[in-house]
Design a protein around this ligand. Structure first.
Ligand SMILES: [Zn+2]
Length: 233
């Protein structure tokens, strides 16, 4: 191997470590972010196969997407938390892309998802994006795109610049707060379209429900939801 291609490969292995995100063992050329042992312990959901799954039960009757699925159950201190933490706080944007590919493969095979026209990642504040260097939901969306060829649309659902720092308690207040932090730009491009809204973790559901509520105002829109993980409240 010449110097330049060796250097390139070293850089790639720096950016995409061959270590398992769960236990740090060497996982070889395995494309999954987990080694085989960790992967067998992870709580993959049945959301792609089951119509009335846990995610749908959690968000209905407030919102009614065509279908929705989270890849994993999020357990505190668990293996999935390590991946989410790496993605959000340790600069491991590659994890988002990798998990997006995993999501995309199940999405294609799911009898409950029709193929969307666009993927809409949940936006984050510019200040957060600058600090993190990327939007984790966009990285997840890119992985889904890699497998499904569904284009990503970032410009319609946008995050307003920070206006308030007050924190209120309770579902409704949180929902109103998130709803007020989003706005739509040129929403007419989504008329009659099917969209897949994607985010990292569903906890209270306020973010997804606010994004859905805003986008659902668009004429003849069909909305699907995609998440990396769903947390048990
Ligand atoms: Zn492992």
């Amino acid at each position: 191997m010449d110097f330049i291609s060796k250097l390139g490969k070293d850089l790639v292995s720096l950016v995409y470590p061959k270590q398992c995100i769960g236990c740090n063992s060497q996982k070889g050329e395995n494309t999954n972010i987990y080694c085989i042992t960790c992967n067998s312990k992870i709580g993959y959901t049945d959301h792609f196969e089951i119509k009335n799954n846990e995610l749908i039960k959690r968000i209905s009757p407030r919102i009614n997407p065509q279908h929705g699925a989270a890849l994993f159950e999020y357990i505190k201190e668990g293996l999935v938390q390590k991946a989410i933490h790496g993605l959000k706080y340790s600069g491991r944007f590659d994890l988002g892309n990798n998990l997006g590919k995993t999501f995309g493969r199940s999405y294609i095979l799911s009898p409950h998802f029709s193929k969307a026209d666009y993927i809409i990642p949940i936006p984050i504040h510019n200040s957060k994006r600058r600090k993190r260097g990327y939007n984790q939901s966009y990285e997840f969306a890119k992985g889904i795109f890699d497998v499904t060829d569904i284009p990503i649309l970032e410009k319609v659902l946008v995050k307003k610049s920070k206006t308030t720092t007050q924190t209120k308690k309770g579902r409704t207040d949180r929902f109103d707060q998130v709803l007020g932090s989003f706005s739509l730009q040129s929403p007419e491009v989504l008329k009659g379209m099917t969209i897949l809204i994607v985010d990292d973790v569903l906890t209270t559901g306020a973010t997804i429900e606010a994004a859905y509520t805003l986008l659902n105002e668009i004429e003849n829109i069909t909305i699907q939801l995609g998440l990396i993980a769903i947390a048990n409240n």
